[in-house]
Design a protein around this ligand. Structure first.
Ligand SMILES: NC(=O)c1ccc[n+]([C@@H]2O[C@H](COP(=O)([O-])OP(=O)(O)OC[C@H]3O[C@@H](n4cnc5c(N)ncnc54)[C@H](O)[C@@H]3O)[C@@H](O)[C@H]2O)c1
Length: 425
């Protein structure tokens, strides 16, 4: 196999600042866009964020229709519901106001109304047919309200494929929002439990992209267009990932415990965008790959702080629960990178033995988990030993991310990683 020798940095268009949400109506006017589908998390419609957006659209004479049937942790059915609404509405642009669930729903609505196709056509192979998006979609302005998924920076839309009991997604650069309006004011109302799980998602995005295989370990594509967005760690994504990790150390615990701290909250929503640009160009690996069946096979777990009428393991929680076991397993492949992550998160790595890198990073992550009231393992969200074979089967098709792990993990390795994640402490 010939290895790749190049990496590419795809830019994201991000505006950051406190109080900028009210600019969205002017942005639409300046882009010549008049008829808009406003995709909004129902919990936000009556909160200051929703009111600010709606007032801005009204003040600027935008003709919009509000779609608030966003599902927390979307499914294939909820994506298609939004897509049908978009097709019927004949909109010329989309505005998404909410967390990853809302922004991803808007991306799907935009895609299927811009380029109609059977639902599985664009879904990642092998679950879907993985057909590349044939051309640009309509403009999408994303206004994140969690800190967070970084979805405002990525060309990815994730959903729970209900009949497969696992999450999967659609990934293409044409899904990337035209503009992300990143405003710290919008996370002021976040429940602490959501801020904690979403913040640990930021931490994992940065950690996984920093410890992913290097871009030079991937096969060289025949044509540049075939080079995936998730290309492995590279010198540019490292900058974004490392800074996001440091910002998690500086502000994550404070932003969750003290949402009135404007600086800490602002740093975390910025860290979310930074980590998004990092993983959007490098990729994530096993903690995310393993999280998809953890989320998709949920039975009864109803987390505190989430407004939902159905059981969910929230995304950030489903990822972090696998992370300690994964880093103990992957550290021997690149111990210095695992130690650099631990140090960025606050561990003292002076005079340590590289052979301890996995334990040092795992202990550092567990410390954050405990301080942020995460469950103590997969058992605490309803899983037992008997679920491990199905969790493994749900992870194996997630090639797009699992192939980026610095150490290959097949059925046997995944089974032992899930077993180690049942009770973390
Ligand atoms: N597209 C990507 O690149 C990407 C990356 C990571 C995760 N995801 C996906 O994003 C989804 C998770 O998104 P999320 O973690 O941002 O959470 P979310 O959008 O699911 O929202 C979580 C909860 O917080 C509430 N909420 C959101 N913002 C609020 C605010 N400001 N005030 C009060 N309540 C608020 C919501 O109503 C909901 O109950 C998952 O489906 C995940 O797979 C996507």
């Amino acid at each position: 196999m010939q290895h790749d020798t190049a990496f590419q940095m795809a830019a994201s268009n991000i505006r950051f600042g406190a109080g900028i949400t009210g600019e969205v109506g002017m942005d639409l006017v300046d882009m010549g866009l008049r008829r808009v589908m406003l995709v909004i998390d129902p919990a936000l419609v009556a909160l200051p964020t929703g009111k600010t957006v709606i007032a801005s659209l009204d003040d600027n004479g935008i003709d919009y229709e509000l779609f608030d049937r966003v599902r927390v942790e979307p499914t294939d059915a909820s994506f298609q519901d939004a897509a049908q609404f978009a097709t019927a509405g004949n909109f010329d642009a989309f505005v998404a106001v909410g967390g990853g669930s809302t922004i991803d729903t808007a991306k799907a609505a935009n895609l299927y109304s811009s380029h109609p196709a059977d639902f599985l056509e664009y879904v990642n192979a092998p679950i879907g047919r993985g057909r590349p998006v044939p051309g640009p979609c309509k403009p999408l302005i994303a206004i994140p309200t969690t800190a967070g998924t970084g979805s405002e920076t990525t060309g990815v839309a994730i959903f729970d494929f209900v009949e497969h009991h696992a999450k999967t997604g659609i990934a293409h650069r044409f899904l990337k929002p035209t503009l992300g309006i990143v405003d710290p004011e919008n996370t002021r109302t976040l429940p602490a439990a959501v801020a904690a799980a979403a913040g640990l998602d930021v931490l994992c995005h940065a950690m996984e992209s920093y410890t992913a295989i290097p871009y030079t370990a991937r096969p060289k594509p025949a044509r540049p267009i075939e080079r995936p967005a998730y290309q492995g760690n590279n010198p540019i994504s490292d900058l974004w990932s490392m800074r996001a990790l440091e910002m998690c150390r500086e502000s994550l615990l404070q932003a969750v415990a003290h949402p009135e701290d404007d600086h800490a909250r602002g740093q975390m929503i910025l860290a979310s965008a930074l980590a998004g640009i990092g993983f959007g160009n490098a990729g994530v690996h096993l903690p995310h790959g393993m999280s998809y069946p953890v989320a998709g096979m949920v039975r009864e777990f109803m987390p505190a702080g989430y407004v939902t009428d159905h059981p969910i393991v929230p995304h950030g929680m489903s990822v972090i629960l696998n992370a300690p076991a994964v880093v103990r397993f992957t550290a021997s492949a690149c111990p210095e990178r695992h130690l650099q992550v631990a140090a960025a998160l606050g561990a003292d790595i002076n005079d340590v033995d590289e052979r301890d890198a996995g334990d040092i990073l795992a202990d550092t992550i567990i410390d954050y988990m405990q301080k942020l009231n995460m469950p103590s393992g997969l058992a605490a969200v309803g899983y037992t030993d008997a679920d491990i074979p199905a969790l493994v089967q749900g992870t194996l098709p997630q090639h797009r991310v699992t192939k980026l792990a610095p150490k290959p993990a097949g059925e046997k390795e995944l089974a032992s990683l899930f077993a180690d994640s049942l009770e973390i402490w």
